[in-house]
Design a protein around this ligand. Structure first.
Ligand code: AMP
Length: 214
């Protein structure tokens, strides 16, 4: 199954994507994770990516499309994949569809996680992530058991550079303008499923699985 997971920053896409990928045995392809990894390498490309991310801006379409198409060409994506954070603009969606149709494939589900803006600002300002394994924490609802160290791998738990209020608001505005039209774009083939993203992780996951299967 070829699935897109879409939703505003902080909707819980990363957490849900890991669970969906494990259940359906498909690779979780997160452009944000790929870009953060590249930016940590300190290369010229990494620095360029970091510049966009810390300003809350989107990375230019041609660059993103090239990186994602290379990733989708790997063997593990041959029998399905879960895209998290891509496509984020209509030109990215069009490029994806074109590339898939050239190999007689298509997107089969677009799962849109819906969360109110103010809840997102609250969630992201208190979000923390493990710098080693990417596990998600929250200073209010789910702090790590040991001060700033990951429960799973003991890596350092940090705040993402783009999780501050002014960048969060910019990212939300970018989502509304450029990314949310993708939901409409995919609505015609009848493959969009909207799921409420507030509540317990497990109950949201259950709703997502039901929406994928129906
Ligand atoms: P995320 O982890 O999905 O919130 O992505 C973090 C940042 O990476 C975004 O704010 C953008 O700067 C960049 N990014 C991730 N995916 C894309 C994409 N598909 N198109 C453009 N920029 C992206």
């Amino acid at each position: 199954m070829n699935i897109i997971l879409i939703g505003p920053p902080g909707a819980g896409k990363g957490t849900q994507a890991k669970k969906i990928a494990a259940k359906y045995k498909i690779p979780h392809i997160s452009t944000g994770d790929m870009f953060r990894e590249t930016s940590q390498s300190g290369s010229v490309l990494g620095k360029e990516l970091q510049g966009y991310m810390s300003a809350g801006k989107l990375v230019p379409d041609d660059l993103v499309i090239k990186i994602v198409m290379e990733r989708l060409g790997k063997d593990d994506a041959a029998n399905g994949f879960l895209l998290d954070g891509f496509p984020r603009t209509i030109p990215q969606a069009e490029a994806l569809d074109k590339a898939l149709s050239s190999v007689k494939k298509k997107i089969e589900r677009v799962v849109a996680i819906i969360v109110e803006d103010e809840e997102i600002v609250k969630r992201l300002a208190s979000r923390r992530v493990c710098s080693a394994c990417g596990a998600a924490y929250n200073t209010i609802t789910q702090p790590p058991k040991k001060d700033n160290h990951c429960d799973a791998c003991a890596g350092k738990v940090v705040q993402r550079a783009d999780d501050n209020e002014s960048t969060i608001r910019k990212r939300l505005a970018v989502y509304k303008e450029q990314t949310s039209p993708i939901i409409e774009y995919y609505s015609r083939p009848g493959i969009v499923r909207k799921v409420q993203g507030s509540g317990a992780v497990e109950s949201i996951f259950k709703a997502i699985c039901e929406s994928i299967e129906k």
